[in-house]
Design a protein around this ligand. Structure first.
Ligand SMILES: Cc1ncc(COP(=O)(O)O)c(C=O)c1O
Length: 380
């Protein structure tokens, strides 16, 4: 099946009892056994649920993977993945990962004696330099949140193979519509399904997809043991949302390019970062390994903090919100919002400047998005 068909149909069959065209919502905790030791494949929803199982099969088929394990959030999927490690292990991680990931690694997992080194993974020689004897995992986010750095997934596969590392890719910004990390040799792909995959700001969820049976079994064990599982309703909503993933991503990509080009020509904007612009430092790698550049743009205003605040307070259509990857255009000012608690020195060292703005371009008419930004930029 081609991708546009997969997102609508993969692993979805008419319901056996009623013929319902979409999977039923099994909102249930437990299942009645026929007799001792004989069930219909389900005993307790923490371990497995029919709606969740269809979603896991559907999303893994869309990603081109064999196995999917769903979690209550992207962060729960990420935390579960680190349960493959043991005390003393070292992880090499992209330096511009989503702040919630580094917060979890630095503030929680270091208590369990896991070690982390952050490095610019868009620069493969630098990655090789920081690998130690106890390095067990290579953690890549591409494109990164919020600076949209792109990592060459083939180059990372070689490094992971050579050093026998578990190779994880957080592909939330790209989605399987634009990038298939398993085809580049990744062991695990993670998505915050909160974002593009469900697509409508309607839920929080996460999924981990792999072709490796050993990893799948370990993750199923973590899922049923710890129980950070999504509700059946959220799985059902995700199954509806993902059907339009392909259509939505085409629009996000088209409008992302149009809005990025508009911003690039605006006198109040110092710099625009969008993988689809020739000025992006990894534009060529993005063009090679992705089939589109997604809808995320970072740009820097000339006037710093006060310019950022003015822009945020004057947009009308763009929603001032911390999330991304949904049908509505959302705008964030990291210095006063997502990264307000990060000490200024550290924030600036990470490239998160005072005037940095992150824009998640939605599927509205791009003229309306541009007109809104235009009128708000006039007031900056
Ligand atoms: C790249 C990336 N990964 C993971 C997460 C965490 O996902 P969730 O908010 O669903 O826990 C986010 C959230 O913004 C993200 O941007």
């Amino acid at each position: 099946m081609k991708f546009d068909t997969l997102v609508v149909r993969a692993k979805i069959k008419p319901d056996k009892t009623t013929g319902a065209i979409i999977p039923p919502l099994y909102s249930v905790a437990t299942y009645v056994l026929e007799q001792v030791g004989k069930d219909k494949g389900f005993d307790y929803t923490r371990a497995a649920n029919p709606t969740r199982q269809i979603m896991e099969e559907n999303l893994s088929a869309i990603e081109g993977g064999k196995y999917g394990v769903a979690f209550a959030s992207g962060m729960a999927a990420i935390d579960s993945c680190t349960k493959l490690l043991k005390a003393g292990d070292h992880v090499v991680c992209s330096d511009d990962v989503y702040g919630g990931v580094s917060r979890h690694f630095n503030n929680i997992l270091t208590k369990y004696n896991l070690k982390f080194t952050y490095v610019d993974t868009s620069n493969p020689p630098k990655v090789k330099q920081v690998i130690r004897k106890n390095t067990k995992m290579l953690w890549i986010e591409t494109p990164t949140n919020p600076l949209l750095k792109i990592t060459d997934l083939g180059a990372m596969a070689n490094i992971a193979k050579q050093h026998k590392l578990i190779y994880v890719v957080d592909s939330t910004f790209a989605t399987p519509a634009l990038l298939r990390p398993l085809e580049f040799g990744a062991d695990i792909v993670i998505h915050s399904t909160t974002k593009y995959i469900s697509g409508h700001n309607q839920l929080i969820g996460g999924i981990l997809i792999t072709n490796r049976k050993d990893i799948y079994e370990a993750m199923k064990f973590v899922q049923k043991t710890i129980g950070a599982v999504p509700s059946p309703f959220d799985c059902w909503l995700t199954l509806l949302g993902v059907k339009t993933l392909s259509l939505r991503m085409k629009r996000h990509c088209e409008s992302g390019q149009i809005v990025a080009e508009f911003l690039q020509s605006h006198p109040k904007v110092k710099k625009v970062t969008y993988p689809g612009l020739a000025s992006h430092p990894q534009h060529n790698i993005a063009a090679e390994q992705m089939s589109g550049f997604s809808g995320m743009i970072s740009f820097e205003l000339k006037g710093g903090i006060s310019a950022g605040k003015k822009l945020m307070n004057n947009v009308k259509l763009c929603s001032l919100a911390e999330s991304l990857g949904a049908v509505e255009t959302m705008i964030t000012h990291p210095a006063t919002m997502t990264h307000a608690e990060v000490p200024k020195k550290e924030r600036l060292e990470r490239g998160l400047t005072d005037g940095l703005v992150r824009l998640s371009v939605g599927i509205e008419d791009p003229d309306d998005i541009i007109n809104d930004l235009k009128q708000a930029l006039e007031k900056v």
